[in-house]
Design a protein around this ligand. Structure first.
Ligand SMILES: C[S@@+](CC[C@H](N)C(=O)[O-])C[C@H]1O[C@@H](n2cnc3c(N)ncnc32)[C@H](O)[C@@H]1O
Length: 160
């Protein structure tokens, strides 16, 4: 698979899972959304469309979102997520989306030493995590893969 195909597959999976949560599963009535890895802000823009009444907090080490639809400064948390995210553990988020895989197994292995625990801690019971990296954690129940999502491409979970 070319890197272009791989990128398209990842983006499609991300969008389809988020749409499925909005349209079929439904978010808990309360709770913010955490966008872990704001990047260019494309997913943030999609989340805003799907969930227009939710506050969305975006995390990244720098502000790189496209200016046409960037989050407000008070909704951006800048710095290393391993550190900045600690303040958001216990905040009962309704949805955490994490797109911080780097495509290098040795680097992703380091991220996976802290990300699952942090995401599980950020969420309220019954709320959802969506991630490009697998979040292996006893409090996160993996939900069935959507038919449109390639095996191992993107993952989503409900907090037990
Ligand atoms: C793949 S991009 C996210 C793309 C995003 N979904 C979009 O729609 O543009 C990953 C982003 O996460 C940020 N990132 C990755 N690991 C991070 C970390 N440990 N701490 C802070 N930011 C991180 C990178 O700076 C990058 O902007």
């Amino acid at each position: 698979m070319s890197r272009l195909d791989s990128f398209i597959s990842r983006m499609t999976a991300q969008r389809d899972i988020l749409n499925h949560i909005e349209g079929t599963l439904g978010l808990p009535a309360e709770g913010d959304i955490f966008e872990v890895g704001l990047g260019n802000g494309r997913t943030h823009s999609h989340l805003r469309q799907l969930f227009p009444h939710r506050r969305i907090l975006a995390f990244d080490r720098h502000m790189g979102a496209h200016k046409t639809e960037a989050p407000e400064p008070q909704d951006v948390v800048l710095g290393e997520i391993k550190e900045t995210g600690l303040d958001y553990v216990g905040r009962n988020a309704a949805l955490v989306h994490a797109d911080i895989g780097q495509g290098y197994p040795e680097k992703d292995a380091i991220t996976l030493t802290w990300l699952p625990q942090m995401v599980a801690g950020m969420l309220a019971k019954g709320s959802y995590a969506v991630s490009g990296l697998p979040l292996d954690h006893p409090e996160l129940e993996e939900l069935p893969r959507l038919p449109s999502v390639e095996e191992g491409r993107y993952f989503y979970y409900r907090k037990r």
